[in-house]
Design a protein around this ligand. Structure first.
Ligand code: CTP
Length: 397
């Protein structure tokens, strides 16, 4: 943590006093610490305590006069925002995007990772509203340090006690490590569907939205990489930090991907490339009275195989959308396309394409395997990058 920049937000719960011990640990580990206290937190603990620990002013209001706008400046200066303890009320505000004080404004303005450690009475923790709010935050990639069961302020035992200091420190440290683990890498990602025109208004395509590739791009940027994203037609908005090449057909996608490939240290093919295109594209709209009897198709290039055939030190990751014999099929693709890893997506039944949850199994080398359980694509993207970083570290060692 030495030299790293941590922003700590403290909410109004009895566990607020424990945030002082945490602040002390963070400072002892050599980090630079800024602290925001909500108005409610100050009923439990004073700003002077945190000012003494952090050796700097503590932030308590949107309206303190400073050179800069405090909520923006604080999250821009920090590398991680830890909210400890996080009350049910603040969790609800974060989930809804409500910003009515300095802490919630800072959270809404944060492009840095957020770690929250909830603490509250068992009934509040188990309330369906809180459960849903925590799930929303988790799906957005917020790290939640789960509360423990233990003695509560109500002099009863139950779930809702703030997680232990070690668990919170571990979560903050792991999050900080993740913000840099792709520094210096140049990542190429193909994403989205392709469209293969039949005539000016009709095309062959598929239901891909590009969400997985877009989330991988967002996560790679957050971890310090430079990102080239070759993106087929989608209305999902890519992250602003990526260099985005918008393409329509498989052949355009291949051209753009091969042009970017030589500089890439890691390439991931998430695109759902149309395997075939109409052999003929009509210049004018085909009339229904033309009554075509059949549509002749031609094979599209396999972009991933082309990247594999040309690769020169690039760590190449493919996806496999399978409905049957997942792992055997994927292992075969791993070898045939010269991949370093493959992420298998079970697209049978309801799962697979779109913005919903899905699960992945990552396969590599001779028997390397990691399961990423069902989660939002944002969370899966984090898990896939963790896996890629681990495999590269192992294979280099
Ligand atoms: N892919 C690609 N270009 C294509 C087809 C696929 O780059 N023309 C990439 C996808 O982005 C994905 C991987 O290849 O990373 C696997 O695609 P998939 O369609 O599952 O497998 P195929 O190799 O096409 O084999 P099959 O259709 O037999 O399952």
């Amino acid at each position: 943590m030495n030299g790293r920049r941590v922003l700590l937000g403290v909410c109004g719960g009895i566990a607020a006093y424990k945030a002082a011990a945490l602040a002390s640990r963070i400072v002892q580990r050599g980090a630079d610490l800024d602290v925001i206290l909500t108005a409610e937190a100050q009923h439990f603990i004073g700003a002077a305590t945190f000012a003494a620990l952090a050796r700097r002013r503590v932030w308590t209001s949107m309206w303190e006069r400073t050179e800069e706008i405090p909520h923006i400046a604080l999250v821009r200066a920090a590398e991680v925002f830890a909210i400890v303890p996080a009350t049910a009320n603040v969790i609800a505000k974060l989930a809804q995007g409500i910003a009515d004080d300095l802490l919630t404004n800072a959270a809404l303005a944060a492009r840095i990772p957020i770690v929250i450690a909830p603490a509250m009475n068992t009934a509040m923790l188990e309330h369906p509203a809180t459960v849903a709010n925590l799930r929303t935050l988790e799906a957005r990639g917020v790290t939640i340090v789960a509360p423990e069961s233990g003695f509560l302020a109500e002099r009863e035992t139950g779930a809702g006690r703030l997680a232990g200091e070690d668990a919170i420190m571990d979560a903050i440290e792991a999050t900080l490590a993740r913000t840099r683990d792709l520094a210096g890498e140049r990542v190429l990602i193909t994403a989205g569907p392709t469209r293969e025109p039949i005539d000016p208004v009709r095309f062959l395509s598929n239901a891909s939205t590009g969400t997985m590739g877009i989330e991988l791009a967002r996560e790679a940027l957050a971890r310090g990489a430079t990102v080239d994203l070759v993106l087929g037609p989608t209305s999902v908005v890519p992250p602003s930090g990526a260099q985005v090449d918008r393409v329509t057909t498989a052949r355009e996608m291949e051209r753009a991907a091969l042009a970017r490939a030589p500089g890439a240290t890691i390439a991931i093919a998430t695109a759902a490339v149309a395997d075939w295109r109409p052999a003929e594209t009509h210049a004018s709209k085909v009339k229904k009275t033309d009554d075509p009897q059949s549509l002749a198709l031609e094979r599209n290039p396999d972009i991933l195989a082309a990247l594999g055939a040309r690769k020169n030190g690039t760590f190449l990751v493919g996806f496999a959308a399978e409905t049957d014999a997942h792992e055997a099929n994927a292992r075969e693709k791993l070898v045939r396309k010269h991949l370093d890893a493959i992420a298998v997506n079970d697209v049978s039944g309801e799962r697979g394409f779109g913005a919903g949850d899905s699960a992945l199994t990552v396969l590599w080398g001779n028997g390397g395997r990691r399961e990423l359980p069902s989660a939002s694509k944002r969370v899966l993207a984090g898990g896939l990058w963790d896996t890629i970083v681990t495999i590269r570290r192992e294979t280099r060692a």
